[in-house]
Design a protein. Structure first.
Length: 271
């Protein structure tokens, strides 16, 4: 039986404290390393850099960005894990909100730029324009970041390409705690796949309060792991390929699609 063991963490993140966040992230990695046979470890959106957008052009120099990228490469090699982490990149003067999967040899095997930017992000980052799917053994894993969860069309496009798992680094905040839970469950259940999220917890420098509740959801939409409001902790969830195949054989959402009805370009904007 094919099983993918996926871990997700919550730990204190301090905006602009790059070195401190790297130390705290390394501590979590060493804790997860005590578990057996973990295949993939998730970290939240922009978890080293934080969310202080006005400071980025000053504090996130090319050297600092390289240091953060090299940190993740080093951690993947040190731990022997695949690590999916949210981070920031600046390329030719253009800023991106990324999630990259660092393989145990330190190389990046998948890089996704957040497609659906949220509020102030839309004025700073350039949105991505494609979905990204990568493989660990025989599991196909699609990446989403935070607000992407609010667009069911996006996860569905990956589901019809055979995605078994949706992996979601995030900085989702109050007062949308119920919506967070619903989106996690619905994106899994409506696509007959697993979803594993990793969400920031606690006060952000911009005043928002990230709500934690990093979770794993089954192909039936059932929550099978949830970190709740743990300030520092992790879970490891066993994801079964057979469960994806079974659920998609029982409820054939992906076979019953009628895409001719779903062209959102035909929807008039409310004025």
């Amino acid at each position: 039986m094919s099983v993918l063991r996926v871990a997700s963490v919550q730990f204190p993140i301090v905006d602009n404290d790059f070195s401190g966040n790297m130390m705290r992230a390394e501590k979590m990695i060493k804790q997860v390393m005590q578990e057996k046979d973990v295949d993939l470890l998730l970290f939240p959106e922009v978890c080293i850099e934080g969310v202080n957008l006005p400071s980025f052009e000053t504090l996130l120099t090319d050297e600092q960005l390289d240091e953060i990228d090299n940190f993740w490469r080093k951690m993947a090699k040190m731990s022997g894990l695949h690590i999916l982490a949210g981070h920031i990149a600046c390329r030719d003067g253009t800023w991106f909100n990324l999630a990259s999967c660092y393989a145990p040899d330190g190389n990046v095997i998948a890089e996704y730029a957040k497609t659906h930017l949220f509020n102030a992000e839309r004025e700073f980052f350039k949105p991505g324009d494609k979905s990204v799917i990568f493989k660990i053994r025989d599991f196909s894993i699609g990446i989403m970041i935070c607000a992407d969860l609010g667009f069911p069309e996006f996860s569905r496009t990956m589901a019809v390409q055979g995605v078994d798992v949706l992996a979601v680094p995030s900085c989702w905040a109050y007062p949308h705690d119920l919506l967070w839970t619903l989106c996690n469950q619905l994106r899994a259940g409506e696509n007959g796949c697993y979803l594993v999220s990793c969400n920031r917890l606690g006060q952000e420098i911009n005043g928002r309060i990230a709500l934690g509740h990093s979770m794993a959801v089954s192909p039936r939409g059932e929550i099978i792991a949830n970190l709740g409001l743990q300030k520092e902790g992790y879970f490891v969830a066993n994801l079964h390929k057979s469960e994806v195949e079974l659920e998609r054989g029982v409820v054939k959402w992906l076979e019953w699609l009628r895409p001719e009805l779903y062209d959102t370009r035909q929807i008039s904007k409310v004025t």
